[in-house]
Each structure stands twice: as C-alpha cells, then as structure tokens.
Design a protein around this ligand. Sequence first.
Ligand SMILES: NC(=O)c1ccc[n+]([C@@H]2O[C@H](COP(=O)([O-])OP(=O)(O)OC[C@H]3O[C@@H](n4cnc5c(N)ncnc54)[C@H](OP(=O)(O)O)[C@@H]3O)[C@@H](O)[C@H]2O)c1
Length: 247
Amino acid sequence: MSETSKQKKIALVSGANRGIGLAIAIGLAQQGVTVLMGTRNLKNGEAVCAQHAQEGLDIRPVQLDTTDDASVRAVSSLIQREYGRLDILVNNAGIGLDFVPDLSVVEKMEQTLMLNVTGTIRLTDALLPLLEAAGHASIVNVSSELGSFGLRADKNWIYAELVMPTYQASKAAVNSLTVSYAKLLASKGIKVNSICPGYTATDATKGAAMPATRTPEQAARVAIKLALIGQDGPTGTFENEDGQLPW
Ligand SMILES: NC(=O)c1ccc[n+]([C@@H]2O[C@H](COP(=O)([O-])OP(=O)(O)OC[C@H]3O[C@@H](n4cnc5c(N)ncnc54)[C@H](OP(=O)(O)O)[C@@H]3O)[C@@H](O)[C@H]2O)c1
C-alpha cells in the first residue's frame, strides 16, 4: 500500500460507468478521493475512465455486477489486497422496470429486487470488514423519494398520482436497509444514509412521458455530501438536496 493510498479516502461506487453513478464517482474524485468505479463491463469502464484521465482524476474501473456473488467477492478481495480498507461505499446501481413492456409484473419485481435490494445487501455485507477497517466509513444508499410512504400519503405531493409498484417497493426496501444497517453499524463508527438524487436526465429516464431536466452532476451532489460526512455526521437519515425526507 502506498503512502498516498494510506492518506486518501478510498471509495467504491456501484453502477458508476454512466448516469448518476458516474457523476458521483467524478465528484468524489474531484474532492481528492481515490474512486473505484464499479462497472459490469470492464471495457466500458476503462473507456469512460480514459476520457477522464487527462483531468488528473484518480478513478479506476473495477468489474462489478452486484447480482453476482463471484464478482462481488473479487472486488472485495481486490480492495483488501490493494488498499486494506474502504472509506466510502455508494450503493448506486439500480433499475426501474415498471414501464418496460414484455415483462410480467412478477418478472419486473424479481429483477428489480435482485438488483436494487439483494444487490445492495450483497455488496454491503461483503465489504463490511473493509468498511470497519477504515475506522469511520460512510455508506450511501441511492434511493428515491418515490419509495417514501410519508410522501406517497400526501395528496399534494408532485408525484402523488405516479404508481410504479415494483420500483417503489424496491426503494422502500432500500430505505429499510438503511435504517437497519445504521443501527447495526453504529458501534463500528460506520454511517449509513439514504439519498434521493431527484428526477434526473439519464438513460433510465430517457423517453419518459415527463422529460427530466436535472443533470447527473446536480443529482450527485447530495450523495457526495453524505459520502464525505465526518465522524459527527448523521446516520440513519433519508435526504435530498433540500433536506430530510420522510420515510
Ligand atoms: N434517474 C433518476 O431520475 C433517478 C431518480 C431517483 C433515483 N434514481 C436512482 O439512481 C441510481 C442511478 O440511476 P441512473 O438514472 O443513473 O440509472 P442508469 O443511467 O440506468 O445507470 C444505471 C447503472 O447501474 C448499472 N447496473 C445495472 N445493473 C447492474 C448490476 N447488476 N450490477 C452493477 N451495476 C449495474 C448500469 O450498468 P450498465 O451500464 O452495465 O447497464 C449503470 O451503470 C439508481 O439506483 C436509480 O434508482 C434515479
């Protein structure tokens, strides 16, 4: 392990080769963090990293499919071998399939839960010893206000009429994981928070009935803020850029 990697924070962002995950990875690297860019397809990740190499950002692609035990184990071993700890984990990889034709609702539910929920817990669980080794680590779960029971109960909420049964159930489950892990990991100094990036123009929202105008860079800000919170920062919270959100 080099002197530099002992001093710099080490972060892993899942689903970071495009969209909001990429903006989080770049934003963290711009703050001086060594960022491991989780990418299902290593060649895609290498091409994206090459585009940012001339900016001097410390971003390195790592093959990561959060639905695959072997892939998650390999990333965990790589981080153990090369860094010995992980300061920041951003569970960003996620999908929403409610508006995809040609899939039954059961197929949508299974695939969405497999990535958004089981993928999050698989990656988090595998990395716990490395997060613990960092002393004061931070986990950020990229959730969505669409999963908030509190907001969904409000008839005046902007998305009150929007119904995405499988995506909303998955993000409510992600929020539940945040609360559970915040409690489980409090004594180890690990902060765990959920964020909502806001409705953002990415591949996930391309062609949606309501065009998204928010940029991934704007969306990434709240995740970067929570990723970099210090020892006195919050844990077990759910927020967007305007502040706390109801569960
Ligand atoms: N966009 C929005 O308006 C919005 C709003 C609220 C919350 N969010 C949340 O923000 C997060 C990012 O969304 P986005 O809009 O940036 O989506 P996106 O552009 O569709 O990007 C999704 C990322 O997840 C990766 N991914 C897919 N399956 C994976 C797997 N099995 N293992 C690891 N990575 C996988 C994708 O990799 P490939 O390139 O290999 O497919 C891609 O890098 C998601 O959790 C989403 O629910 C988004």
